[in-house]
Design a protein around this ligand. Structure first.
Ligand code: SAH
Ligand code: SF4
Ligand code: F3S
Length: 510
């Protein structure tokens, strides 16, 4: 089946009132279905290595500007880099000013209700730009586009939107733009079947110091609260040689740090049918590349295997920071979350990691106020936090996501109780963060200087290998270098230090 036929076979939900059939067939309308997105087929993921901009689109962006606003996780940030790369190959120029833009894209996140509300707010706001410049194209892409309720709401309430496309077809951007220029109707092209793996996509990276590299797409875990498996499709790993090649190229271009991306990186390689190759194997190869730092996110505790721990313990450019979302410390809650591990498994994993990497810094994600969470169950989360001694955490109040199993659960925990639990948890998070930072006072640490601090121009800012934010005074020339900084004072979430010296490239892995 070619792409056009595949598209045609996926057409659903076509509006019944439509009478003008010639117009009807011109219209691109492929709406999403969470039900279809839930299916996990056995068919092999196709690998395309030949992405190129078709001749028909050349010069489409001549004299035009694009603006992309990104919400959500680093995966989305990186998708924005790919879309920016496609825009630029089409001849568009980037702009930071919405009013100057000919195309505005909102790359959206569906993880919690407030993430979605922000996007709807922004969409409402964009009407005023569209009135001033009716030629402006407005597009919605990213995870929210994969939800049928969102697409229906946009069709009904936000008619100034010109195009909606999903996470599986960002490579179709040139086609979608062309349709949107030609059509008076909203162009909707969202595939619910997971996309294939497409290599060779152009990328306009936002930084020159740190770079994101996808190692896999999708998630098969289906935690009962989470929308991601529906919006990102089934797990598909990129081939190791493609990843290694990309990291090598980034190293040659002078990048200092790589963040490997996947929703569940510990499942890397599970889908390979011809080779037995997992995240530990990949890290063991990447370790040999001459680049100062390699990180990865996000880990799932269930698939974190001993080989990976063994490889991470070799250190070098593999840093001593692991983000390991636990979500809850209660076995009952973990069970209804379908996290597929117990508190004991998690603690045992942490012990193994600490044994292999004694100076490791662990951070986590926690959800409070899961349906029917009791005070005792919440206390178990606090206890676990203390027992592990996490140095940082992202904490959230549970937000029901339509189409997920948890959204159907009856919930007896009042909103005020949830808010109060979040505050109590955050107090523990702050206490542990401060204590972890206090230990650095008087020590000399390695900092990758990323830029000047948001507040003051002469204050530089960067992160240590263990992901601690450090501010210190110094000349701008240090940006992009790894330097030694003596820590003078620990604040709640950052460190203040004094510049000591630049670290020589050869010493960086010490
Ligand atoms: N793939 C990552 C998580 C991606 S989402 C992982 O499994 O670790 C990032 C975090 O958002 C999750 O770890 C979880 O803590 C939180 N989250 C996800 N769905 C949520 C929901 N419905 N309500 C509140 N928080 C949620
Ligand atoms: Fe969501 Fe769970 Fe997959 Fe993470 S592992 S993306 S929380 S379903
Ligand atoms: Fe949000 Fe999608 Fe990432 S839901 S967190 S942008 S994978």
């Amino acid at each position: 089946m070619n792409e056009e036929q595949r598209l045609a076979s996926q057409q659903v939900n076509q509006p019944k009132q439509e009478k003008d059939y010639s117009k009807y067939f011109e219209r691109v309308f492929t709406a999403p279905s969470l039900k279809d997105a839930k299916k996990r087929g056995k068919e092999e993921v196709k690998y395309h290595k030949d992405f190129a901009i078709d001749e028909q689109f050349r010069g489409m962006g001549q004299g035009r500007k694009f603006y992309i606003r990104t919400y959500g996780c680093q995966m989305n940030e990186h998708d924005t880099e790919v879309m920016a790369g496609i825009f630029m190959q089409l001849g568009y120029e980037p702009t930071e000013q919405i009013e100057e833009a000919d195309v505005v894209l909102l790359n959206t996140c569906a993880i919690r209700e407030n993430a979605e509300n922000k996007v709807f707010g922004e969409l409402g706001f964009l009407v005023k730009y569209k009135r001033k410049n009716p030629e402006m194209l407005i597009g919605v892409c990213g995870c929210m586009s994969q939800e049928e309720s969102v697409v229906n709401k946009i069709l009904k309430t936000y008619q100034h939107v010109d195009m909606v496309f999903g996470t599986h077809n960002i490579h179709r951007l040139p086609h979608i733009l062309k349709e949107a220029y030609m059509s008076k109707e909203m162009v909707v092209e969202v595939w619910s079947k997971e996309g294939d793996v497409i290599e060779n996509l152009p990328k306009k990276r936002i930084g020159s110091i740190k770079a994101w590299v996808n190692i896999m797409y999708g998630c098969d875990k289906f935690c009962t609260y989470c929308i991601v498996p529906y919006t990102r499709g089934k797990e598909r790993s990129r081939r190791p040689e493609e990843i290694i090649q990309e990291v090598r190229e980034l190293a040659a271009q002078g990048y200092k740090e790589i963040m490997l991306l996947g929703q569940n990186v510990n499942a890397y390689g599970k889908d390979f049918t011809d080779i037995d190759y997992r995240l530990g194997d990949l890290m063991d190869e990447l370790r040999k590349i001459d680049i100062p730092r390699i990180r990865f996110t996000t880990s799932h505790p269930r698939d974190f295997d001993d080989h990976l721990i063994e490889v991470l313990a070799k250190k070098g450019n593999l840093v001593e920071h692991i983000h390991l979302p636990v979500q809850s410390g209660s076995n009952d809650i973990l069970k209804i979350m379908a996290r597929k591990y117990t508190r004991e498994h998690f603690l045992n994993l942490v012990e193994k990691i600490k044994e292999a990497i004694p100076d490791v810094a662990l951070s986590t994600d926690i959800i409070v106020g899961y349906p029917n969470e009791t005070e005792e169950q919440f206390q178990e989360t606090l206890n676990l936090y203390r027992e592990v001694g996490f140095e940082m955490a992202f904490t959230y109040i549970y937000s029901p996501r339509e189409g997920t199993p948890a959204a159907k659960m009856v919930d007896n925990v009042p909103e005020e109780v949830k808010k109060e639990r979040l505050q109590r948890l955050n107090a523990v998070v702050a206490e542990f963060s401060t204590n972890a930072l206090k230990k650095y006072e008087g020590q000399v640490v390695e900092v990758l200087v990323e830029g000047s601090s948001k507040k003051r121009d002469d204050v530089l800012a960067g992160y240590t290998r263990r992901n601690k934010l450090v501010n210190f005074a110094g000349p701008k020339e240090l940006v992009g270098q790894i330097v030694k900084v003596k820590i003078m004072e620990a604040k709640s979430y950052s460190l203040r230090g004094e510049f000591v010296e630049v670290v020589k490239q050869t010493e960086v892995h010490a």
